[in-house]
Design a protein around this ligand. Structure first.
Ligand code: ZN
Length: 368
């Protein structure tokens, strides 16, 4: 049933939805089907990407990336907002998709965090892909024209196949290879001013289009839309399990749990909690078990460039108290470009202690 759209169906669906587009030479025959021996389709959804570069048309259409032959999507969407059709066949854009998130896209249910353990599928078999021009550095903006076309393009494909907005996903929602795209601020849309891109918002905007005829324009929205100001990202990290901290050597806290309203809103998880250039302010709540009364654990931020330790920040001392030790420490810093920040602990007590919990909460303002 869900056969990939033919060139004629592409043109008709995009035209009806008001998508401005051009056709890159050879787009109706270009694809990876013959080279891989795997035909594109049946199709089950739409995957959205940012290019993490500029002027990527040739790369997406014909040049490809290292070890990744083109086409790298079906459509390239530059800042101008005029989409370029580069393929209607198999394209190299999705990589391995986690089965749990892929299944959710098929069923149009809430997309869970992609789990490699759930199994994987080749997303290029069944997902349309669009590469949207953006540096992906958190400050480069999607233009108004670009975002409007982006919404229309997703809606056109969904309308053609009879899908809802739940069939639209972001690469970060399916990838088991650590992809974070698409991300970035948006200049505006319809009656809305600047806001931060999220898949949740894109799906809401696609759903709104689909609730109207294809000729609808977002300026016609009768109800005021939610205005999201371009603001800080919220970072909230913790530990899934407590761990033991031996005495005498510095150890970075490896966060294993992340609270999120929407995937991909946080700069990074793991032991790095922020990447520069950025300013951040927040706190770290710590609870230790087994730290002797009056014994000390030192806590300090450690600043890195890649794998090289570049700076250590002032030491906070946490002093053991009876019945477990609890402390809240401030985290404030302006972090330069290319630097990353971790928090390290030094157990100065006589024996091993348990780090029972470590909860980091911060607001991060990315800088250009
Ligand atoms: Zn991608």
């Amino acid at each position: 049933m869900s056969a990939p759209m033919t060139p004629a169906e592409w043109r008709a669906a995009l035209k009806a939805e008001g998508v401005p587009f051009t056709e890159y030479s050879g787009w109706t025959s270009r694809g990876r089907d013959a080279a891989t021996g795997k035909a594109f389709g049946p199709v089950h959804g739409v995957l959205n990407h940012h290019t993490a570069g500029s002027n990527s048309l040739a790369a997406v259409a014909v040049d490809g990336a290292p070890a990744l032959p083109a086409p790298l999507a079906h459509t390239f969407l530059p800042k101008s907002g005029v989409a370029v059709l580069v393929s209607c066949h198999r394209a190299n854009h999705a990589g391995l998709a986690a089965l749990n998130s892929y299944t959710a896209i098929l069923n149009e249910t809430a997309i869970p965090r992609p789990s490699k353990a759930s199994g994987t599928v080749d997303g290029n078999d069944a997902l349309y892909g669009i590469e949207v021009e953006n540096l992906g550095n958190g400050t480069d903006r999607y233009t108004r024209a670009q975002y409007d076309t982006w919404v229309r393009w997703n809606a056109a494909l969904c309308r053609h196949h009879g899908w809802g907005a739940g069939s639209c996903a972001g690469h970060l929602e399916t990838s088991v290879e650590g992809k974070v795209d698409p991300l970035g601020p948006v200049e505006g849309y319809g009656k809305r001013g600047p806001f931060t891109f999220t898949m949740k918002q894109l799906r809401a905007d696609v759903a709104e289009r689909l609730a109207h005829p294809a000729s609808w324009s977002p300026e016609q929205a009768s109800t005021p839309q939610e205005i999201t100001v371009e603001g800080p990202s919220y970072v909230n990290l913790g530990l899934e399990h407590s761990y033991q901290l031996a005495p005498g050597s510095w150890d970075e806290i490896g966060f294993t749990e992340e609270w999120s309203d929407e995937l991909g809103q946080h700069p990074v998880a793991g032991d790095v909690f922020v990447v520069g250039p950025a300013r951040f302010t927040g706190s770290l709540s710590l609870r230790f078990e087994g730290l002797g009364v009056g014994e000390v654990v030192q806590v300090r931020m450690s600043e890195w460039e890649g794998a090289t330790l570049k700076a250590l920040h002032p030491i906070h001392e946490v002093i053991g108290t009876p019945g477990g030790t609890y402390s809240v420490l401030p985290l404030v810093k302006r972090l330069g470009a290319g630097r990353s920040m971790r928090v390290r602990l030094l157990n100065q007590g006589a024996g091993g202690i348990e780090v029972a919990s470590a909860v980091l909460t911060a607001l991060v303002w990315k800088e250009s």
